[in-house]
Design a protein around this ligand. Structure first.
Ligand code: ASP
Length: 348
């Protein structure tokens, strides 16, 4: 069984959801789907989760919430286009949100909850409420023992849709992971069910040689090991929620980071094995005063003198120089230019 997770853009509007449904139904082993709340997509300029955070602040002071209404309207509109009826679920959700008006995590998680209900109707899969299965510890990580017990009770012959990002606090009540945590939910399920594959469907072409929002001719890294991707994620690569990686590594579950909008063409496969294929990836973090650039190299050489020559004219301090890993410190305002210069050299 595969566990397939669809991110916020993939669930953001009717066209994207139809694509996700096609992907799910194209392979009968895609039997456990984890979804994010709708993100920015098509005509929608705001993420549902951001609106729900706003709804919580409006409601907890005792008022009505215009942001909650925007969320419910968006679901109503998407359901209409998809030809599924969500009226009863949306009405019940509104009532429950008003009842839990000062429970932030309950309100903020309703995007994933409603999206899972809707995608279950779209696919004909069974809806699972993450609050009944995922047990989250105080430190925001999954309680593997209690969650495994819950998943043991699941009838594995069926197909399911579950919302990511939330679960139940070890004490009681709904609790969310950190922002972006739906990836982590998907990873947890994949580990609990000993999945043959964890597929993470994003809106980018997997792990790339650099941030595609600043560089146009990036290459996708085809194979990668967990340790390297973890390092890149902590170094600023935003392709996946970092905490997924140690977990998937521990349970030895292979991961594929694919693109809903270009499925099966440019994607990254991640496992515990190091690859012999050459690749590089550059990432950076801390763009204010001081930024750190991380260059990961696999079977590609970048000599120290050459590095200095490429970066001539920039104020750069090399804080680490190893065969597979180079770290640089530079001024925040120069970091994108530094990355562009390095990428232009390495891509050749
Ligand atoms: N919807 C949540 C967020 O926007 C969680 C996620 O998308 O992974 O952060």
């Amino acid at each position: 069984m595969r566990v397939s997770k669809f991110g916020g853009t993939s669930m953001g509007c009717t066209d994207a959801i139809q694509l996700a449904r096609e992907i799910v139904t194209a392979d009968s082993t895609r039997r456990f789907i984890v979804v994010s709340a709708p993100g920015k997509a098509c005509i929608y300029s705001r993420k549902v989760t951001d609106l729900l955070i706003e709804a919580y602040t409006q409601l907890c002071v005792g008022g009505e919430s215009s942001s909650l209404e925007l969320v419910l309207d968006r679901f109503r509109e998407m359901a209409g286009h998809l030809g599924v009826d969500m009226e009863a679920e949306l009405e019940r959700c509104r009532e429950e949100v008003y009842i839990h008006r000062c429970q932030r995590d309950f309100i903020v998680s309703r995007g994933e909850y409603l999206m899972a209900l809707m995608f279950a109707k779209v696919t004909g899969y069974r809806f699972l409420d993450a609050a009944k299965f995922m047990v989250i510890k105080r430190n925001g990580k999954i309680d593997e023992v209690k969650t495994a017990e819950n998943f043991r009770r699941l009838d594995k012959s069926q197909s399911f849709v579950m919302g990511g990002f939330y679960g139940r606090a070890a004490g009681d009540g709904v609790k969310t992971f950190a922002r972006g945590g739906s990836d982590y939910s998907g990873a947890v399920v994949a580990c609990m069910l000993d999945a043959s594959l964890y597929e993470n469907f994003t809106d980018t072409h997997g792990v790339q040689s650099a941030n595609p929002s600043i560089i146009t001719d990036t290459k996708t890294v085809q194979f990668l090991d967990y340790n390297t991707l973890y390092k890149l994620s902590l170094g600023g690569a935003q392709v996946i929620f970092p905490e997924c990686l140690p977990l998937l590594k521990k349970y030895n579950i292979p991961l594929v980071i694919d693109n809903t909008f270009n499925h099966g063409r440019r994607f990254t496969a991640v496992s515990n094995d190091r690859t012999h294929m050459p690749f590089f990836s550059i990432t950076y973090s801390g763009i204010r005063a001081v930024a750190e650039v991380l260059i990961v190299l696999n079977h590609i050489k970048l000599e120290y003198d050459r590095l200095k020559e490429i970066l001539k004219g920039f104020e750069v301090y090399v804080s680490m120089y190893k065969r597979n890993e180079i770290r640089l410190i530079t001024a925040g305002e120069e970091v994108e230019e530094v990355v562009k210069r390095l990428h232009a050299y390495l891509i050749l």
